[in-house]
Ligand binder design. Structure first.
Ligand SMILES: [Zn+2]
Length: 276
């Protein structure tokens, strides 16, 4: 029995798909040719980090995630042309989210965390399968084995981003690509008023070998697993420069977006590991 648009809009994404299947037996693969109900989404959470903040603060992100970037049938954000330009070959995505697909030839590296799995189900009815169950900064793969490593809305959740960068550098082949999308300070309530994390802070986290159990929580937006750090494209780029200067990395910035053209609430930095 057809459902009205108003009742349809109150359904979860999974229920919406079930209703659509009942109304139209055509396989989902032909969805693009189908006339769909006008499903509007009042809120449009764009990334797991937004949910991480919501978990601990009762606030939800402002309307910084553009709904026009959402496929109205799958309730997923559209793919990223810049990522397709740079992330060629086979690589890794750190912390993939089903609702924010990149469509690359990548394996998903993540830890199983019920909260994030539920967040993905809430947003699009699916969970991105985990191919390699590991933390971002300790991945059991051979060095030099990856053409690219991509992460979106992950770095800010790491208590020790430098340790992760060094691990990603180890895994990249010479000339490999590190592609990072990081939320803008204005994207999430509670981050905008925080000072940008300094290079010295990042380096101290590394020197003290901070992890989730030891990183101080004062000022951390969302508590354990939340937004440990706040960055602009310039401040995160300064950190990479500092790591280059210390010969810990040899990364050349090859592209950037002041506002990412994926979801639109972050910035994009693209680095190429020195060819040799
Ligand atoms: Zn820190």
């Amino acid at each position: 029995m057809p459902v009205s648009t108003s009742s349809f809009s109150r359904l979860s994404p999974r229920s919406r798909r079930k209703q659509l299947r009942r109304q139209d037996p055509t396989p989902a693969t032909s969805a693009k040719n189908r006339v769909l109900p006008n499903v509007s989404r009042k809120s449009h959470p764009g990334c797991s980090s937004e949910v991480a903040i919501k978990r601990n603060s009762s606030t939800i992100a402002n309307g910084s995630c553009p709904s026009e970037g959402v496929d109205q049938f799958t309730m997923k954000f559209i793919e990223h042309a810049l990522a397709h330009r740079w992330c060629l070959g086979e690589g890794l995505e750190i912390g993939a989210a089903a609702h924010n697909p990149f469509g690359l030839r990548s394996r998903n590296v993540a830890l199983r965390e019920a909260f994030y799995e539920q967040a993905q189900i809430d947003m699009c009815g699916e969970v991105a399968p985990i191919d390699i169950e590991a933390s971002a900064d300790e991945i059991p793969l051979d060095g030099g084995s990856q053409d690219f490593i991509i992460s979106s809305h992950v770095v800010e959740h790491l208590p020790n981003p430098v340790r992760a960068f060094l691990e990603w550098n180890r895994l990249l082949r010479p000339g490999g690509i590190c592609f990072i999308i990081h939320p803008l300070p204005s994207a999430f309530p509670g981050d905008e008023s925080r000072p940008l994390t300094t290079t010295e802070h990042y380096l101290e986290d590394f020197d003290k070998a901070h992890d989730r159990s030891t990183h101080p929580l004062e000022g951390v937006n969302g508590g354990v697993g939340g937004h440990y750090h706040v960055a602009s494209a310039e401040s995160l780029d300064q950190l990479v420069h500092a790591l280059n200067a210390r010969a810990l990395l040899a990364w050349e910035r090859v592209d950037m977006e002041a506002v990412d053209t994926k979801v639109g609430n972050g910035f994009t930095l693209v680095y190429r590991k020195a060819p040799g």
